[in-house]
Design a protein around this ligand. Structure first.
Ligand code: ADP
Length: 152
């Protein structure tokens, strides 16, 4: 069974992430959306909220699982026996950043990183922009799946 880990902060899940997961499902038997926990990072949404947003968005998709993990992504892949990491690419800056991480990961473990280019219509969306829009009471609903809603 071909399983891929899609790691990230998902603070919150956006239509960009959603697009990559939907397309990843066509390439792999299982996509494990893995929320990385970084103790030194401040998040807008709690781990439970971020997890629920993703689970609800994919409740009809049996091939998508949601987990959380701490520590190095490749160590977590080894722990659960996953051989592929899925990442999305939006722009040259993403490419340079992801290239360095993928090379480092390959030095650490025999795990292949598979990149998908973003869909043109969601390529500008970033969780950081969504958070800014939310903080400033803008209409964020066009940038995220329906499962992502802020209760004020
Ligand atoms: P990280 O903290 O690792 O950057 P993110 O939650 O921001 O975590 O992103 C997780 C993954 O989703 C990364 O591979 C990132 O490139 C990808 N991604 C983020 N936004 C988009 C988007 N708009 N379109 C496609 N992929 C995206």
């Amino acid at each position: 069974m071909r399983r891929a880990l899609f790691p990230g902060s998902f603070d919150p899940l956006t239509l960009g992430h959603y697009d990559i997961i939907k397309r990843g499902v066509k390439l792999f038997d299982e996509i494990i959306v893995a929320i990385g926990i970084n103790a030194s990072k401040k998040y807008m949404f709690s781990l439970e909220e971020r997890k629920k947003f993703i689970e609800d968005a994919f409740k009809d998709e049996a091939k998508v699982k949601v987990v959380s993990y701490e520590g190095l992504t490749v160590n977590y892949c080894k722990e659960i026996g996953v051989k592929f990491i899925l990442r999305g690419l939006r722009n040259p800056a993403d490419f340079e950043f992801e290239k360095a991480i993928a090379h480092t990961n390959r030095d650490l473990a025999p795990i292949e990183t598979v990149f998908l280019l973003t869909a043109a219509k969601t390529s500008y969306i970033a969780s950081s922009i969504v958070r800014d829009v939310i903080r400033n009471d803008g209409d964020y609903t066009k940038l995220v799946p329906k499962s992502v809603r802020v209760i004020k």
